[in-house]
Design a protein around this ligand. Structure first.
Ligand code: MLC
Ligand code: AMP
Length: 501
């Protein structure tokens, strides 16, 4: 029996999920997931690692589908609910998903795909749960089997599927349960998208493993979050730095009385965590002033879950991500993968059961990302100072973190180059207080458009091909891109030009 399910069975009477004010107990979540497994299995005894893509809003439906995929032996492929069709098709094709579970509202965006694809489609609203019987039996799943594929942007233009096994997921969750002292009395709200580890593992995975309650609101909204907080419903909160930035901005619009009421409610929290991108010290300080809480910053990655964390009880140091989590081995290494000594910066290498298995059907990329001794190379540079890790940046200028999302500059450039106006381009991330990095693009126009550049037209066009959070927010039209003696575009020069602009 998979551990997540055994855990849930310990808390049958507890509230598992509260979604739109409706309470779902663990007992109901278990029963519904089992019934749905029967639908997915459709008479077979085991999905045998078939990829099951699903496109469902965060909430009870999302969790029941995820669990039913795991119970029936499938590999879960959560689709981003805001991606345009080309990005969705890419994931569906790359994973060769043979089953797709969707909410009715996503039929429209997928319409052209559904017309021709050879895939079994289940529309949640068309299923009458009352009339489904429990499956006669469910398969025995060995923990080394594949469980999840999440897509991550990297230094290649197309996102790669990160495959994690049940062993990996159990390790990623259990280390956080231990380190952050989760209990069945905890209550958290999920404000993050559920196609990335922050939401899937840290928020939903940990809360349901602990027998705690996970509240879902409709997307990210400071007003809805503060409503829940004021009702005293929550005691744990986790988000990316941009969300804390936005919450602070919202609080600053409230009256002093409203701020004081909120402050009293925030003081009752036991834990507030921040990660997925560097937490600016200014945000940490402002949040401490507002809430009385020193945010716990941690470091993670799609390929690892969480790896390094400030302590729950000890000193939480601003600007530092803490120390390795239990069960996670970390080494800082030079360019030859030899360990560096304290206070010398090095690339973060990671080993442990939390580390993913492989990039889906990319053996060369998988091999390249591990050293010959089996360390996973993160591409992030850190230094240890007084026992605490400080993240100094990334090796690649082509990886951008904006709003907590990892975005490949190369992917955006490839799309931009297909636009009729563009001859050449270079995408970079520039520092931004709110978004961490803001995506911007230097472009060289084709002669025919040199007097006729329409930024809005380009901006409206690009969201047909990439998610809106990947859209460049500013453009700089240039005659030529700056290049070095080898002919390679000097992206750091482009960054400086945007800052000076
Ligand atoms: C959106 N907008 C942006 C933007 N994203 N502007 C600049 N840069 C960006 N990156 C603009 C939109 O165009 C829109 O403006 C307005 O902001 C609102 O858009 P939205 O889509 O409604 O945004 P919002 O819901 O406010 O989203 C902000 C957010 C979101 C912070 C909630 O970005 C988010 O959920 N981020 C978390 C991603 C995440 O889970 N990362 C974890 C990866 S795992 P207009 O003018 O068009 O209306 C990982 C490992 C680890 O990293 O360690 O955890
Ligand atoms: P993703 O691939 O979306 O999972 O993003 C992982 C990347 O986010 C890491 O490789 C880091 O570059 C970055 N990251 C995560 N947490 C932090 C943090 N606390 N500080 C700085 N960078 C972080």
């Amino acid at each position: 029996m998979l551990q997540f399910f055994e855990q849930a069975r310990k808390h049958l009477e507890n509230d598992a999920i509260v979604h739109d004010g409706v309470i779902y107990k663990y007992e109901q979540l278990i029963a519904t997931s089992q019934k749905y497994s029967g639908i997915l299995l459709n008479g077979s005894s085991d999905l045998n690692e078939a990829r099951v893509a699903f496109m469902v809003h965060p909430g009870f439906d999302y969790v029941k589908i995820l669990w039913s995929i795991w119970l029936s032996g499938g590999v879960a492929v959560p689709l981003c609910i805001t991606h345009p069709l080309p990005s969705l098709e890419y994931v569906l094709d790359d994973t060769q998903s043979s089953l797709l579970v969707i909410s009715k509202e996503f039929k429209e965006v997928l319409a052209t795909y559904l017309q021709t694809a050879n895939i079994r489609v289940i529309v949640i609203e068309d299923v009458n749960e009352e009339r489904i019987a429990f499956p006669a039996s469910l398969p025995q799943i060995e923990k080394q089997r594949n469980a999840l594929i999440l897509y991550t942007s990297g230094t290649t233009n197309k996102p790669k599927g990160v495959v994690t096994t049940h062993i990996n997921i159990e390790a990623q969750i259990s280390t956080l349960i231990h380190a952050w002292e989760w209990t069945s009395n905890d209550r958290i709200t999920c404000v993050l998208p559920l196609h990335h580890v922050h939401g899937i593992i840290n928020v939903v995975g940990c809360s349901l493993w602990a027998g705690a309650t996970c509240y879902f609101t409709a997307g990210f909204s400071p007003k809805l979050i503060f409503n829940l907080i004021e009702q005293g419903k929550l005691n744990v909160f986790m988000a990316v730095p941009t969300i804390y930035y936005k919450l602070i901005a919202y609080i600053e619009t409230l009256t002093m009385d409203e701020q004081n009421t909120l402050r009293e409610c925030l003081k009752k929290f036991r834990l507030m965590v921040c990660g997925s991108a560097a937490l600016p010290v200014t945000v940490m300080d402002k949040w401490a002033h507002i809430s009385g809480h020193l945010l716990l910053e941690r470091y993670g990655m799609t390929e690892l879950g969480m790896a390094i964390s400030n302590p729950y009880h000890g000193d939480r140091k601003a600007g530092y991500v803490g120390i390795p989590l239990p069960g996670v081995q970390i080494m800082l290494a030079d360019e030859n993968y030899v360990q560096v000594v304290d206070q010398i910066p090095g690339e973060i290498l990671v080993k442990g059961d939390n580390v993913f298995k492989e990039y889906w059907q990319r053996p060369e990329a998988t091999q390249a990302t591990f050293t010959k001794d089996g360390w996973f190379k993160t591409g992030d540079i850190a230094v240890i100072e007084n026992g605490y890790y400080r993240i100094m940046g990334r090796q690649s200028v082509d990886i951008i973190k904006s709003g907590g999302y990892k975005i490949s500059a190369l992917e955006i450039e490839e799309v931009l180059r297909t636009n009729e106006m563009i001859h050449d381009c270079a995408v970079v991330g520039i520092d931004d207080d709110e978004w961490g990095e803001l995506i911007v693009a230097a472009i060289v126009l084709k002669d025919a458009f040199s007097n006729d550049f329409n930024e809005k037209k380009l901006s409206d066009w690009i969201v047909n091909y990439i998610a809106s959070y990947k859209k460049p927010r500013r453009y700089l039209v240039m005659n030529d891109l700056p290049r070095n003696a080898m002919g390679k575009v000097v992206k750091n020069d482009i960054k400086k030009m945007f800052v000076l602009k």
